[in-house]
Write a protein that binds this ligand. Structure first.
Ligand SMILES: Cc1cc2nc3c(=O)[nH]c(=O)nc-3n(C[C@H](O)[C@H](O)[C@H](O)COP(=O)(O)OP(=O)(O)OC[C@H]3O[C@@H](n4cnc5c(N)ncnc54)[C@H](O)[C@@H]3O)c2cc1C
Ligand code: SF4
Length: 522
C-alpha cells in the first residue's frame, strides 16, 4: 500500500495531555489526524453534582458506569486516572508546577539532552495553552497549610498554586479570554471546590477547551467511545509503509490505515495496550516496556476536621503548595459539597510493619474516642470537613507492569523499595496538619490493611533510553524498532518529577512533536 492511499497521516490513541498536544501540533504541521478516545464527550452541564452520582462519575463500563474517573487496583498500588475526551484534565485538580532540578538530570533520560534548558520554552508554551495563572483565592485549607508552614519554619516555602482555571468575575461569562477569538467562552470560577468531579461552571481549562478545540478547527477528527485494541504494521515489519489501527465500540469493530501512530492513552491505557500487542503485532518493542513505573512516592491522606464551623470545600481543588524540603511537597486538596463517596473506603491512618500491629493501633485509636470516629464517618458534611493532603516526593521507588495470566496488568517489584503506604514524613506532616484543623487522618482501607498506596500520578513504563536495551523510546519520543511511532503521555516520563505531572507531560509532548517536520506538499 502506498503512502497516499492511507486514511490518515497520524492516528492518536487517547485524548489526554499528550494526545491533545499531538493533535493540535500535528494538524498545524499540515497532517491529517484522527484521535480515538475510549471515554465520552462531556459538556459542563453533563458532569455530576457530586461523586455519589456513580453512573456519571466512575468509569467501570462492565458495571454500566460510564463516567470519567477510573480506579485501577494493582498488586502494589491503586491508580486513579481520567477517561474521556480531554483525558485526565476532566478530573484533575488543575495544578501545574514545574519539577525541581533533579527531575531533569536523573532517571533513564539523564544525559540524552539538556532537559531543563531544552524544555524551558515548552513549559512556557504549556502554561500559555493551558491558561495557567496563580490562584488568587485562599480557602480555609490553604490557611491551615500556611499555618503548618510557619510552624515548620518554612513560611517562605508556602505559596499559591499555578492553575488552569479562568478566574475573571465569578459566574460572569466572557468570550474566549485566551486565543484571540479562536477559543471558546469561559465563565469566572465560583471557588466551589468541585474541579475533580468535573467543572459544571465552565471555568476549568480542560483540554477540550484549548488544544482539542483548536485542533478540531484545523480539521482533526475525534472519535469518542471507541477503544483501540491493536496496531499492526502494513506489509513492512518496521511500519515504514504505515499501520492498521483496529478499534471497537460496544457493537462495532473498525480499522483505519495511517502513516504514523501516537500512543497517548496514559500509563493505564498505553502500557497494557503495548504489552498486549508486543506479543504479536509489534514484537520489536523494547523489553524495557512496563519497567520503571513510579508513583511520585505519593500519599493521599484525608484529614477530617472535628469542627462544624469551617467549610474546607471553599476554593479551587488545590489552592496552595508547601515545599517541606528539596524532595518533598504537600498540597491541600478538596472535593466540592456532597462529594463524600471516599468515606466508604477509609480507615484511620496508622503505620506499622505488619497488619496485626496496624489493626491493634487502629482499634485502640477508635476505642480512645469512638464518638468522634462515628461522628466523622456519619457526618452529612463529610466533604466540608475534609482536606485530602496530597504528599509527593522525588525519591525513586519503581515497579514493573507486566501482563497478568488472567488480567491485562499485574505489578512486580523492580529495583529498590516498592511504593510504600507508610512514608514517615507523610505521617508526621498529616499529624501536624490534623492538630491545626482539629482533625483525624484517614487513608484508603488498602493502605491500612494491605500497605498498598494510592496514586493519581502513575508515570513511566515506556521510558527514554539511548537505545532499545535502555528504553522504549528515544529522546524525541520515537519508539525503537518502528517508524513514525511515538509515545506522548505519562508513560514517557523517565524520572520521578515529585510534583503533579500534567504540565511536564504537556511540555515534553510539545517538544516531541516539534521535532516532526511539516508535511511535505507534493
Ligand atoms: C483526581 C485526579 C486529580 C489530579 N490532579 C492533578 C493535578 O492537579 N495536576 C497534575 O499535574 N496532574 C493531576 N492528575 C494527574 C493527571 O491527570 C495525569 O497525570 C494526566 O492526565 C496524564 O496525562 P496523559 O497524557 O498521560 O493521559 P491521560 O490524561 O490519562 O489521558 C489518556 C486518555 O486515553 C484514553 N485511552 C486509554 N487507552 C485507550 C485506548 N486503548 N483507546 C482509546 N483511548 C484510550 C483514556 O480514556 C484517557 O482519556 C490528577 C489525576 C487524578 C485522577
Ligand atoms: S472551583 Fe468550581 S468553578 Fe472553579 S474551576 Fe473548580 S469546579 Fe470550576
Amino acid at each position: 500500500m502506498k503512502n497516499h492511499k492511507l486514511d490518515y497521516d497520524y492516528v492518536i490513541i487517547g485524548s489526554g495531555f499528550g494526545g491533545s498536544v499531538s493533535a493540535l501540533r500535528l494538524s498545524e504541521k499540515g497532517y491529517k489526524v484522527l484521535v480515538i478516545e475510549k471515554g465520552k464527550w462531556w459538556k459542563p452541564t453533563d458532569f455530576p453534582k457530586n461523586n455519589w452520582q456513580l453512573k456519571k462519575w466512575l468509569w467501570e463500563p462492565r458495571l454500566g458506569l460510564k463516567g470519567f474517573f477510573k480506579m485501577t487496583f494493582l498488586n502494589h498500588v491503586t491508580v486513579l486516572s481520567g477517561v474521556g475526551v480531554g483525558g485526565g484534565s476532566l478530573t484533575y485538580a488543575n495544578t501545574l508546577p514545574i519539577p525541581k532540578k533533579t527531575f531533569f538530570s536523573s532517571g533513564s533520560w539523564a544525559g540524552l539532552a539538556d532537559w531543563e534548558k531544552d524544555l524551558a520554552p515548552f513549559y512556557e508554551e504549556a502554561y500559555r495553552m493551558l491558561g495557567a495563572t496563580k490562584n488568587p483565592s485562599v480557602g480555609p485549607a490553604d490557611k491551615a497549610l500556611k499555618q503548618l508552614a510557619k510552624e515548620l519554619d518554612k513560611a517562605d516555602q508556602f505559596g499559591p498554586t499555578k492553575v488552569s482555571v479562568y478566574f475573571g468575575q465569578p459566574g460572569k461569562t466572557v468570550s474566549d479570554p485566551y486565543f484571540g477569538g479562536k477559543g471558546s467562552d469561559r465563565t469566572g470560577c465560583k471557588l466551589c471546590g468541585e474541579c475533580m468531579t468535573g467543572c459544571r461552571h465552565n471555568a476549568k481549562n480542560t483540554l477540550d477547551k484549548n488544544y482539542l478545540h483548536l485542533a478540531q478547527q484545523l480539521g482533526v477528527e475525534i472519535i469518542a467511545e471507541h477503544e483501540v485494541t491493536d496496531v499492526k504494521p502494513i506489509v513492512v515489519k518496521d511500519g515504514s509503509e504505515g499501520y492498521f489501527v483496529h478499534f471497537k465500540s460496544r457493537n462495532q469493530k473498525q480499522t483505519v490505515s495511517t502513516k504514523g501512530v501516537i500512543f497517548a492513552g496514559g500509563v493505564m491505557g498505553t502500557i497494557p495496550l503495548l504489552l498486549k500487542i508486543k506479543q504479536k503485532s509489534l514484537p520489536r518493542l523494547s523489553d524495557k516496556l512496563g519497567c520503571n513505573v513510579s508513583t511520585n512516592n505519593e500519599s493521599l491522606i484525608n484529614v477530617v476536621s472535628n469542627n462544624d464551623d469551617v467549610d474546607y470545600t471553599k476554593g479551587i481543588a488545590i489552592g496552595s503548595i508547601l515545599h517541606t524540603d528539596e524532595n518533598t511537597h504537600i498540597e491541600p486538596t478538596r472535593y466540592g459539597k456532597g462529594s463524600s463517596f471516599f468515606k466508604t473506603m477509609l480507615l484511620p491512618m496508622v503505620h506499622g510493619s505488619n497488619i496485626f500491629s496496624r489493626m491493634a493501633k487502629m482499634i485502640w485509636g477508635i476505642l480512645k474516642s469512638p464518638v468522634v470516629f462515628v461522628k466523622i464517618l456519619f457526618s452529612k458534611k463529610f466533604s466540608e470537613k475534609t482536606t485530602i493532603l496530597l504528599f509527593m516526593q522525588t525519591v525513586n521507588s519503581t515497579i514493573r507492569i507486566k501482563r497478568g495470566i488472567l488480567t491485562p496488568m499485574k505489578t512486580v517489584v523492580e529495583n529498590g523499595p516498592k511504593p510504600s503506604a507508610f512514608i514517615p514524613e507523610a505521617k508526621t506532616l498529616a499529624d501536624q496538619y490534623s492538630k491545626i484543623v482539629n482533625g483525624t487522618p484517614f487513608v484508603s482501607f488498602l493502605e491500612t490493611l494491605a500497605g498498598i498506596p494510592t496514586t493519581a500520578h502513575i508515570l513511566g513504563g515506556a521510558g527514554m533510553g539511548a537505545n532499545e536495551r535502555e528504553g522504549v523510546i528515544n529522546a524525541n519520543n520515537e519508539v525503537f524498532g518502528y517508524k513514525n511511532m511515538l509515545v506522548c503521555d505519562g508513560s514517557m516520563i523517565s524520572a520521578n518529577p515529585g510534583v503533579n505531572p500534567a504540565l511536564s507531560i504537556t511540555a515534553i509532548s510539545e517538544r516531541a512533536i516539534s521535532k516532526i517536520p511539516n508535511k511535505e506538499i507534493k
